[in-house]
Design a protein around this ligand. Structure first.
Ligand code: MNH
Length: 461
């Protein structure tokens, strides 16, 4: 087989000399635009900006190839590289060869074990109870606001034994959460937009926005430092949550404990990575349920009949809810893609990818590829996941949690949390869209998350 060069990759129409494919840049919805381009240009294509070539892999079979750890690794580029300015050497933005990454990953792994999930169950259930109480009082629900609150409370209460002041009893809560969320939101928007900026305009915009960003980073750091200092002042050496592990446990391999400024970066990372993605998933799920009340009715009458409260062991067995969650993650992956780099020369769809070259794997497109997902690839059909076992080597590309050693450490945490929350909410309430015709529209700020919308929650029975 003849392998073609990267310059021969298909590209969007309207290429301009020197500048490149600038007309194909969508600063606000970059991955949704690239998903459309996948349909036009095929499973692998290029976008050229000022001589820099971005290779986008949107076909499922080719995307699956890049999951093979022997041939491909993770690359810290794009929005991820920008986020290093905010989250430093936290797990998400640390380089794999930075010793702090391995240390933190080993120290924190017990914090994401099955035993840990069992220990977090009550804290997660308390958030479901607070949210239900609020919906009973105020049946018109701002989904974005409430899912931000719920997911941040879950990570705070379960991970740091800290109430965040966004739901329920705010007596013992940390202050400044709203300011923290504002600062974090602006940083995420910047990371996403500046990566997709046009040449020339980009660097100018970057320069103009720098002072505000430095203020935001300082605000976010101060906020997490208060959480850490509160814990230290309390003299609490309990290691049954994430913060306890980071403050008191040595790395089993090197014997070193994490430096305090790294603990700060980790707490910030968990607050950001743990809430924005999980909230996006919950919002897609609630939209689907509110748009299709009969699906929710059926779940309430069958799998959830023993609700609204579920024990740890019962949550683990909610298989139809989990299939439903997978279908949300397939159609709207909160992390719509990630970067992979070739370890040695690779052939991808007949093109030669030289060693060291990075590609952007577009989960959003690959998880909707009709070639492997079938003609109904664009239809929401949770049944497709019942009894389905997908592996990284499967051609049916499904990688909402990433892949390999840098894949999501919070996967079981997020799955337990969302299964529990959805189980509790569906069995307590019937949901409707406040505006029945409202379509699901997605915004991008490093993550893919629904635009705010409202639902009406009516108690069942
Ligand atoms: Mn999470 C990495 C998706 C929830 C903490 N997460 C990743 C990656 C994806 C991802 C994809 C890999 C990105 C890449 O390769 O560049 N994460 C999700 C999704 C949800 C999610 C879709 C919810 C839904 N993540 C969570 C939660 C936490 C968390 C909850 C914490 C409690 N995630 C992380 C951390 C990493 C990560 C930390 C970085 C891991 C590493 O590099 O070692």
């Amino acid at each position: 087989m003849t392998t073609k060069q990267l310059s021969e990759l298909p590209h969007p129409a309207g290429r301009i000399p020197v500048l490149g494919d600038v007309t194909s840049v969508d600063r606000h919805k970059p991955t949704q635009h690239e998903t459309e381009l996948t349909r036009e240009l095929g499973p692998i294509f290029q976008r050229l900006l000022l001589g820099e070539r971005l290779i986008v892999v949107g076909g499922a079979k080719l995307a699956s190839q890049t999951l093979d750890e022997r041939n491909w690794g993770r690359a810290l580029v794009g929005p991820l590289a920008k986020l290093r300015e905010v989250a430093g050497a936290g797990l998400f933005t640390a380089k794999t060869k930075d010793p702090l990454w391995g240390q933190a990953r080993r120290i924190l792994t017990p914090g994401f074990s099955q035993a840990a999930m069992r220990a977090y169950h009550d804290a997660m259930s308390s958030v479901a109870a607070d949210l239900s109480a609020q919906w009973t009082k105020h049946p018109t629900v701002d989904v974005h606001q409430d899912m931000t609150a719920a997911t941040l409370e879950v990570i705070g209460r379960a991970g740091f034994s800290q109430r965040m002041g966004l739901l329920g009893d705010t007596g013992q809560a940390v202050t400044g959460t709203e300011e923290f969320l504002g600062a974090l939101g602006r940083a995420l928007t910047w990371a996403s937009e500046s990566t997709n900026d046009l040449p020339v305009i980009g660097p100018i915009r970057e320069m103009l926005s720098a002072p505000g960003r430095h203020r935001d980073v300082a605000t976010a750091r101060r906020y997490v430092e208060t959480i850490i200092e509160d814990r230290q002042r309390a003299g609490d050496v309990d290691t049954s949550d994430l913060l306890g592990l980071m403050l008191s446990t040595p790395d089993p391999e090197t014997g070193a404990t994490l430096p305090l400024d790294n603990v700060r970066d980790q707490v910030l990372t968990f607050l950001a990575a743990g809430h924005e993605t999980t909230a996006a998933l919950m919002e897609v799920a609630l939209y689907e349920l509110a748009a299709n009340p009969d699906v929710a009715d059926d779940l309430a009458a069958t799998e959830l009949a023993g609700g609204p409260e579920f024990s740890y062991d019962e949550v683990v067995k909610l298989r139809r809810i989990k299939a439903f969650i997978n279908e949300c993650l397939r159609l709207w992956p909160p992390a719509p893609g990630f970067f992979r780099v070739a370890r040695t020369d690779q052939d991808l769809g007949g093109y030669r990818i030289p060693a060291g070259r990075g590609v952007f794997v577009l989960s959003l497109a690959a998880q909707r590829d009709p070639e492997v997902w079938g003609d109904d690839a664009h239809t929401f059909r949770a049944d497709r996941f019942v009894g389905e076992r997908l592996t990284a080597s499967s051609e049916k590309y499904f990688a909402p949690w990433g892949t390999g050693p840098r894949s999501c450490i919070g996967r079981q945490f997020a799955l337990h949390e969302t299964t529990l929350l959805l189980g509790a909410l569906i069995s307590r309430f019937r949901l409707h869209l406040a505006e029945p015709a409202a379509a699901l529209s997605m915004r991008e700020r490093a993550t893919l998350r629904p635009e705010p919308f409202s639902i009406v929650a009516t108690p069942r029975r």
